[in-house]
Design a protein around this ligand. Structure first.
Ligand SMILES: [Zn+2]
Length: 414
């Protein structure tokens, strides 16, 4: 009996602990930016109006012509070895972002039947930057030691003058700072259109990646959630306390009174004062506050809203080339067709009318790991066939280097 009481006490203590954690302070942070920069309100309003129009013009959801691949730089700002988290963890984090935004997360199948038709592949992917702002090669990880023992939403982590690391140009990169955010805060993000030097996402190092991260926030979903804010998403309950009048400005997410904490069983229907009937509220949405293991979807409406920002205040990112290495020879590049793309891992490279010598074709994944390498003495007006069906879904770079040229193509496996 005692054992059961102890177990119950442990479980409820665990739930209290989880609630004491502050999953995200983006809402309060946004309010502070508006106090610091009153003129920013007009930018926020413009973004929301554009998103509303966008949703009206795409009632079935927006389908982009191509998947966007956003270059990421991780600024790891550390005061000790523990905070200087491993490259493995950062690569895991990038992989989680790609899985969650590409709808190939392993728990995608947990989405309840009633919500499955709303579950979106956002057509947004991420790669580690391979060019820094000066055009030099980088692995996309900027490690900076600091004497600051702990940061907060005051943004000191975003400036080298205050012990952090300066942002890279936000038109070309998603800046993700990884640092000690104190005892309770998991992360926060800047919405689109705010001050350029403060733009990006901040993650507590303890909740970044998977290996060695702290449960129950050890599946990389803090980043998924925060990048959602960075792309213009609000919390699913509308940040209106527990009233039903607030909105996340997305039509297909059920009205929800307040945030959910902890975890619920797969398929569990939860209702509240704002959505009283089944299928209930969408507690498994990435923009709720549930534990990492219990959030696994964005909706079509959320995708449309994110794309409205990718075609508005975040438009420049669509043409960022910072993941590519080397110099792309545009003339030759147009004579090499990669099709189909996106694909299921089977694709062709067609060299139209080209004669190339000493050709090395190197395929790397979004983390920079080589997955296939081929060499040809000569390629003459030919078509090559590739089978990457055994590789995970994601973004791949096809580097075609000859004796005199270098061309890089992007391939997306879905
Ligand atoms: Zn949030």
């Amino acid at each position: 009996m005692k054992k059961y009481l102890l177990l119950a006490a442990c479980l409820s203590w665990g739930a209290i602990q989880a609630q004491q954690m502050q999953r995200c302070s983006t809402h309060d942070y946004q309010q502070q930016i508006l106090i610091d920069h009153p003129e920013y309100q007009a930018v926020v309003d413009e973004g929301n109006n554009h998103a509303q129009e966008y949703a009206q013009n795409h009632p079935e959801g927006f389908t982009p012509r191509a998947t966007v691949v956003i270059p990421v730089v991780f600024h790891v700002v550390y005061a000790n070895a523990t905070e200087n988290i491993s490259t493995t963890r950062l690569l895991e984090q990038l992989q989680v972002l790609n899985e969650d935004y590409g709808k190939y997360n392993a728990d995608a199948g947990n989405v309840p039947n009633a919500f499955q038709s709303l579950h979106a592949n956002t057509d947004i992917q991420f790669c580690l930057a391979h060019k820094d702002p000066s055009g030099n090669w980088t692995d996309g990880i900027n490690r900076v030691s600091t004497t600051v023992s702990s940061f907060s939403t005051n943004d000191n982590v975003k400036f080298s003058a205050t012990g952090g690391a300066n942002a890279w140009p936000r038109d070309q990169y998603l800046n993700i700072w990884v640092c000690d955010l104190g005892s309770s805060l998991l992360g926060y993000a800047a919405f689109p259109g705010g001050p350029a030097t403060r733009d990006g996402v901040v993650l507590h190092y303890r909740y970044t990646g998977k290996t060695g991260a702290s449960a129950p926030f050890n599946k990389g979903r803090t980043a998924t959630h925060e990048v959602g804010h960075w792309l213009g998403l609000y919390h699913i309950w509308g940040d209106d306390g527990s009233s039903c009048s607030g909105t996340d400005q997305v039509a297909d997410t059920p009205n929800q009174a307040s945030e959910n904490y902890g975890c619920f069983t797969v398929g569990q229907v939860r209702t509240d004062a704002c959505t009283a009937n089944a299928p209930g509220i969408m507690w498994m949405n990435f923009m709720d506050y549930t534990d990492d293991a219990c959030m696994y979807m964005f909706t079509t409406g959320q995708k449309t809203r994110m794309w409205s920002y990718l075609n508005n205040q975040r438009f420049a990112l669509q043409s960022s080339q910072q993941c590519l290495v080397g110099i792309e020879d545009q003339t030759i590049a147009t004579q090499i067709n990669l099709f189909p793309s996106p694909n299921d891992g089977h694709f062709n490279l067609q060299f139209n009318g080209l004669l190339l010598n000493e050709v090395t074709i190197t395929i790397t994944n979004s983390m920079g790991q080589i997955v296939e390498k081929r060499y040809y003495d000569i390629i003459h007006d030919t078509q090559l066939w590739f089978d990457m069906s055994q590789q995970p879904q994601g973004v791949y770079l096809i580097d075609i280097t000859t004796s005199s040229e270098r061309i890089i193509k992007k391939m997306i496996k879905q």
